[in-house]
Every structure is written in C-alpha cells, then in structure tokens.
Design a protein around this ligand. Structure first.
Ligand code: SIN
Length: 344
C-alpha cells in the first residue's frame, strides 16, 4: 500500500441472472437441444471466473426462465434491479445472464429505459451449461472483461457479447437458431471483439447522455400496471386485414370492459421490402388508426431500414420506424406509456 493513502475498496460488478440456455441443463452432455433453460443459479455460473482488476463480483438471481417466456412483469423486475444497482456509487458495471431468444428485446429495453452511464452487458449461450463443451463460461468471462474495459467504462451503454463479438443494444439481432455465434447486427457488424481477455473496439463508442426526463420515464415503466398493448403483424401475400379487424374487435370489447386483456393501443407492421403494405391491409390499418390505434411501419427484411417517403405505395403515410419489428413493438409501447404519463 502507498504510504499515507488508504487502499481503494474494490468496485462492484453486479451479475444479474435471468436464466436462458447459459443456465440450462440437459439429461446428458451430448444433448444441446432437448434441455431445460433457466435452471442453474447465476452464482454457480460464476464459479471459477475472476472479476476484472479492482472489482469484486456480486450475484443476484432476478429470474431463471426460458427467455421465450419473458413478460412485462419480468422486464419490470429486471429493470428495477438494474436501476437499483446503478444508483449505487460503488457499482462499476452490470452483467446480465439471459436467454438468447429474446435477448435483443431486453437489451433494447434496458438501453431505451435506463440509458446507463455505466456499462450493462448482456450475455447468453447457445449450448447448455451441461454440454460437453458449453460456450457459456467463455461468453461470461468475455462479459466480465467487457464490463471492466476502460472504453466501456467511459462510454456506458448496453452491450451484448456472444462468441467473442460485441454488439450494441440497438443493432443486435438473433440471426441463427443454433450456431454459437447466433447474433448479428443487420447490415452492420460487431462494435468490438473480446480476444484473450482484452476488448478490441472497431470504433470509439459515443458516451451515453440520458434523457432529461430519465428518472420519471424509469418510474413510469416500473410502476405501470400494464404496458400499452402493441401487437406486431406482417404484410404478406393474402394479408387481407382480417387480423387487424379481429384486434379492433378486441379493442372495443376491452374498452367496454367485456375483455379483461389490455385493449389494443398500437400496431407495428413489418412491411415487405421498403415497408410496402398489401392494399387490403392498408385499408384495415387506416380504420385502426382512425379508431385511435397508433400504427408504425417497419420492414420484414432482416437487413436495412425503411427509407421514408413511400407513402404513395402504402396509400397512407403511416409513421415509419427504423427499428426491426421486435424492438419497434417495445418502442411503441414505451412511446405510448410515456405519452400517457405526459412525458416526452
Ligand atoms: C432462451 O432464450 O432462454 C433459450 C434459448 C437460449 O438461451 O439460447
């Protein structure tokens, strides 16, 4: 210890467990498909892993689920835990172990709601913890490295790492059902690589600058009894609008108190190509909009974004989002929630 200076206590790296394949177990080590996700406690996943220099690990099990079963209540629990830890001055970063199937939705939600100035790193695995060669331990080791990385510490933000690649929360998408490197970034690439315990950034990430209403926005999301109901549909051959009309009937019944589910409040439509929509679907969507449902159009293409200005083909200039459908659905729900709470 340097004379006259007290040793700094280690900063805390909090690891939150949500479940997923990374915490999955199968009956035998060969089975990498017929396993149960969300079984192994997060504290066990950390066994043998070392924290970044000057940090100590703390683990909290928020949930242990297969991420296909995520719900607004589970997201609220995760957002609340993450927000609570981010208020602690000694916490340097968060790592979240999570199933890969809806990881991109959770990542985007954390990014949109928390806008953390300290890094929040999501990590999953494609083979269960019981596999002969599980990928989870290396991915989790990479997540700890990324959480402690100086560039990530300066920039903050929400990041995802899998198979040595790092993606930002906005870009990341699951692009393969089985490969160990199951994530991509649409028509972009990774933001960084984690290689042998160091992070190689391909570009300097911009530092997070939270929204002026951030704290109120977080509280609105955490305390909402129900998030506005937004459904995601597609345009395709034969898209005649029947689904939209059924959803409008649900909306009327729910508003009249005859249906206990939340009334339809928004629709995200994954259009063909540049967000183009079947003519019959446009008619139904126009009715929906006239009845107070907010409609956002995106593309069902796995790469690229809708270039606005194609209203002529859609016959009605619906609002366009540059987010892919899964994230657009959450974005519209948050937009409506914050609008209801008179927040920008
Ligand atoms: C899940 O998403 O929980 C199961 C699949 C996975 O983690 O890869």
């Amino acid at each position: 210890m340097t004379e006259g200076r007290a040793a700094q206590p280690p900063r805390v790296l909090v690891v939150l467990g949500m479940g997923g394949t990374i915490a999955g177990r199968a009956a035998n080590a060969q089975d990498v498909v017929g396993y149960q996700a969300g079984v192994v406690p997060v504290a066990d996943l950390l066994a043998g892993l070392v924290p970044p220099d000057g940090m100590r690990l703390e683990a909290e099990q928020v949930a242990n689920v297969d991420s296909k079963d995520m719900t607004p209540a589970l997201w609220q629990a995760l957002l609340a835990a993450a927000w609570r830890h981010l208020q602690r001055p000694e916490v340097a970063a968060l790592v979240i172990t999570h199933g890969t199937d809806t990881l991109e939705e959770t990542a985007w939600l954390l990014h949109a709601v928390l806008q953390p100035r300290r890094p929040v790193v999501l990590v999953g695995a494609m083979r269960p913890a019981s596999a002969a060669a599980p990928d989870g331990p290396q991915n989790l080791a990479d997540a700890l490295t990324l959480a402690g990385d100086a560039v990530a510490q300066t920039a903050g933000g929400v990041w995802v790492t899998l198979a040595g690649r790092v993606f930002d929360a906005r870009a990341v998408r699951k692009v393969h059902p089985a490969r160990a490197d199951a994530f991509g970034a649409g028509d972009g690439g990774p933001a960084a690589w984690v290689e042998a315990g160091r992070v190689r950034w391909l570009a300097q990430p911009a530092a997070v600058s939270p929204h002026p209403d951030q704290a109120a926005r977080v509280q609105a999301v955490l305390t909402a009894q129900r998030w506005p109901r937004v459904e995601w549909i597609s345009s395709h051959g034969g898209a005649d609008g029947a689904l939209v009309r059924a959803l409008l009937r649900q909306r009327h019944a729910a508003v009249a108190g005859e249906d206990a589910d939340a009334p339809l409040a928004g629709l995200v439509v994954a259009g063909t190509g540049n967000g183009s929509l079947h003519t019959e679907l446009v008619a139904a969507l126009a009715d929906a909009e006239d009845q107070g449902v907010t409609v956002w159009v995106t593309t069902r293409c796995p790469e690229g974004e809708v270039i606005p200005g194609d209203g002529g083909r859609a016959r009605r200039p619906f609002a366009v989002t540059d987010l892919p459908p899964a994230k657009a659905r959450l974005a519209l729900s948050l937009h409506l929630l914050w609008q209801q709470a008179a927040l920008s």
